[in-house]
Design a protein around this ligand. Structure first.
Ligand SMILES: C[S@@+](CC[C@H](N)C(=O)[O-])C[C@H]1O[C@@H](n2cnc3c(N)ncnc32)[C@H](O)[C@@H]1O
Length: 229
C-alpha cells in the first residue's frame, strides 16, 4: 500500500522557530527537512502526552512534533552528544521539548504515550531488542511510529544506500553496520515486539523524494492478548 500525505507543519514554521547559528547550521537544517518527509509522519503521533523520539539526531523531527501540538511533551534522545548540543541550541527553547544524551543499545527508556524511531533502526546493533524495549515503554494503548528506508524501488534503494554509506563513512552518523529490511520484515519485527501493526506502508512525499520511505504504526494492546489454549 502507498500512502501519499502531507501534514500541516511547513518549512517556514520550523525555520522560524529555530535558533541556528550561521550558514552551516542553516544549510544542515534545510538539508534534513527537505531530505525527509517529517511533515507527512508528524500526524501519525498523538497530539497529547509524552513522546520519545529515539535517535533524534539534530532534533528536527522532535521539533516538528513539539511545534505541531502544545499538548505533546517531546523527549529527544541520541547517543551523539555534539548532535544533542546542536539540537538543544536550535530548539531547546521550545517549552514542550527537551533533549538527552543516551545509548539505545543499553539505556532504559522512560514510560511514554508514544515512541517514534525515525531512520534509526537500520543503524543499530540489535534493532529487535530496541523494538521490544520501546514496546515495553509504551503505556497500554500507546503507539510506536517507525520510519525506515524502504528497499523498493531498487533505484531509490541504491540512492539511500549510497547516502547512508557517505553519512556513516564521513562520521556524520554514528552507526553499527547498516542493515535495511523489507517492509514485511519490519512489520513482523514490530509484531514480535508485542504490538499490533495498524499501518505498514510505502510513503510517497515531496520531501525526501529520492529516498524510498516506509512507515509503520504499532499499538500496544490495552489488555494483554489471551494466550491460545
Ligand atoms: C539517520 S540519523 C536520524 C536522526 C533523526 N532521527 C532524523 O531523522 O533526523 C540516525 C541517528 O541515530 C543515532 N544513533 C545511532 N546509534 C544509536 C544508539 N545506539 N543510541 C542512540 N542513538 C543512536 C545517530 O547518532 C543518528 O543521530
Amino acid at each position: 500500500m502507498v500512502a501519499r500525505s502531507r501534514g500541516l507543519i511547513r518549512w517556514p514554521k520550523l525555520r522560524d522557530a529555530t535558533r541556528t547559528r550561521g550558514t552551516r547550521d542553516a544549510l544542515r537544517l534545510r538539508q534534513r527537512w527537505f531530505g525527509s518527509p517529517f511533515s507527512a509522519v508528524e500526524p501519525l503521533l498523538p497530539r497529547e502526552g509524552t513522546i520519545l523520539d529515539l535517535g533524534c539526531g539534530f532534533g528536527v523531527f522532535a521539533a516538528t512534533l513539539a511545534l505541531g501540538a502544545t499538548g505533546r511533551r517531546v523527549i529527544g534522545l541520541d547517543v551523539d552528544a555534539p548532535k544533542i548540543a546542536r539540537a538543544q541550541a536550535w530548539y531547546g527553547h521550545l517549552p514542550n521539548l527537551r533533549f538527552v544524551v543516551g545509548d539505545l543499545d543499553h539505556d532504559d527508556l522512560p514510560e511514554a504515550d508514544a515512541v517514534v524511531i525515525y531512520d534509526v533502526l537500520h543503524h543499530l546493533h540489535d534493532a529487535d531488542a530496541l523494538l521490544a524495549r520501546a514496546a515495553r515503554a509504551l503505556r497500554p494503548g500507546g503507539v510506536l511510529v517507525v520510519k525506515e528506508n524502504d528497499v523498493t524501488p531498487p533505484w531509490k534503494h541504491a540512492v539511500s544506500t549510497l547516502v547512508e554509506q557517505v553519512a556513516v563513512g564521513s562520521g556524520l552518523t554514528r552507526s553499527a553496520p547498516v542493515r535495511f529490511r523489507s517492509r514485511e520484515a519490519w512489520a513482523e519485527a514490530i509484531t514480535r515486539a508485542g504490538l499490533v501493526v495498524e499501518r505498514a506502508e510505502h510513503l510517497q512525499a515531496r520531501e525526501g523524494f529520492f529516498v524510498p520511505h516506509s512507515v509503520f504504526v504499532g499499538r500496544r494492546p490495552v489488555a494483554p492478548t489471551p494466550a491460545i489454549p
